[in-house]
Ligand binder design. Structure first.
Ligand SMILES: [Zn+2]
Length: 375
């Protein structure tokens, strides 16, 4: 029976249609996933404490982020308020989830003498230009490596003020982090750690910016959401467009690097900074496997073939070189429980057809489900 429980840790990848005003969408989200949101909050409060920040400090940070998010993006704040009302949690509870990167990196700063605990989302991301794919479509996606047990779903957003999109999010978070929209724009996110993370703890949160990327009708507007204002912490984002245009943004609190696909039309990125002229990369000291996953994925996708198809991408995302710290990542039993990483979902987005294929759990054990952007 124990084995059965383990196997059922991941159910099917769920989706939820979100329509109406931002507040109405939030209420729908909160009501549908009230239990999951509460579970995610409990996981994060445990992990923040483990990484160096007690619950009282976390709630003080959340109180400061409520007006900050209202100033930055009123619609986002209204949707968070709806999530709070629908789930029966407080606005501070919901804000903790929506600013969880920023809260966590501030905790890292406080635990700077114990860098082993400073692990954000890991992940292996890629982009395949239409010139390289076997069907002429543009693809962007990733494996999302994070704490086992978090509850996620695909938000199917139909809205008037912003592009319709489908995106994976954690229950309680308004901004999807891996998604594609009706304008043919797609987004991936993976963690970076650089030297000045968390020094200024109160700036526009990443999840607000990610929502703005998916709301965008044009690529420059999507890029602006990430680079116009300084950030609390580091992250790597790929933004792709159905035309085949693609950019990788390596973001530290106050610097940004811009990378583009290689001559083959391929872009890969893991958890170390590729262009270290402007920022000092730290995450590879904690997860050296990042240095192998990027070239490995590049090789798996291009060696011995002139084109890349959906089946090739799926095969590469199931790769176990270096297991358990592989592209398809599994919990490392040597790590403390609250520091384990696992591929919680694997994603392939076809920008040309505006569809997202996703798994709930590692792709070696779970099949892909397809979601289409509402037109
Ligand atoms: Zn696996």
């Amino acid at each position: 029976m124990a084995t059965q429980t383990e196997q059922s840790k991941y159910g099917p990848l769920r989706s939820l249609k979100l329509t109406g005003s931002p507040h109405e969408r939030g209420v729908t989200h909160g009501e549908a996933f009230a239990d999951e949101i509460e579970k995610n909050l409990e996981i994060y409060l445990d992990v923040f404490e483990y990484k160096g920040t007690d619950e009282g400090t976390v709630y003080e940070q959340a109180e400061a982020f409520v007006p900050l998010i209202e100033d930055e993006n009123e619609a986002y704040a209204e949707e968070m308020q709806g999530v709070a009302e629908g789930s029966g949690l407080s606005i501070e509870d919901v804000t903790i989830l929506n600013a969880r990167y920023e809260v966590m990196y501030s905790a890292f700063k406080q635990a700077a003498d114990d860098l082993d605990r400073a692990k954000p989302d890991a992940c292996t991301a890629y982009g395949v230009r239409n010139s390289l794919s076997d069907d002429g479509h543009t693809y962007v996606g990733q494996n999302w490596d994070w704490m086992p047990g978090l509850e996620t779903f695909v938000m199917d957003v139909e809205q008037e003020n912003g592009a319709n999109h489908v995106a994976m999010t954690e229950a309680g978070i308004v901004g999807g982090k891996i998604g594609v929209n009706e304008a043919g724009l797609a987004l991936t996110l993976n963690g970076l750690v650089t030297e000045h993370d968390g020094e200024d703890p109160f700036r526009k949160p990443y999840h607000v910016r990610l929502r703005e990327v998916l709301d965008a009708e044009r690529m420059d507007a999507a890029i602006e959401a990430l680079i116009a204002k300084d950030r609390v912490c580091s992250a790597n984002v790929i933004i792709g467009h159905e035309s085949g245009e693609m950019i990788d943004l390596e973001l530290s609190p106050e610097k940004a690097n811009y990378l583009y696909p290689d001559d083959d039309g391929l872009l890969v990125h893991t958890n170390h900074v590729e262009d270290t002229t402007s920022m000092d990369s730290q995450f590879e000291k904690l997860i050296p496997d990042t240095l192998c996953r990027a070239p490995r994925l590049r090789r798996l996708l291009t060696e011995g073939t002139d084109t890349v198809g959906e089946a090739d991408i799926k095969g590469a995302l199931r790769d176990h070189f270096g297991h358990p710290n592989s592209i398809c990542r599994h919990p490392n039993e040597d790590d403390p429980e609250l520091d384990r990483l696992e591929t919680g979902g694997s994603f392939i987005m076809d920008l040309t057809e505006k569809r997202l294929l996703g798994t709930n759990g590692p792709p070696c054990e779970h099949g892909y489900t397809e979601f289409q952007v509402s037109s």
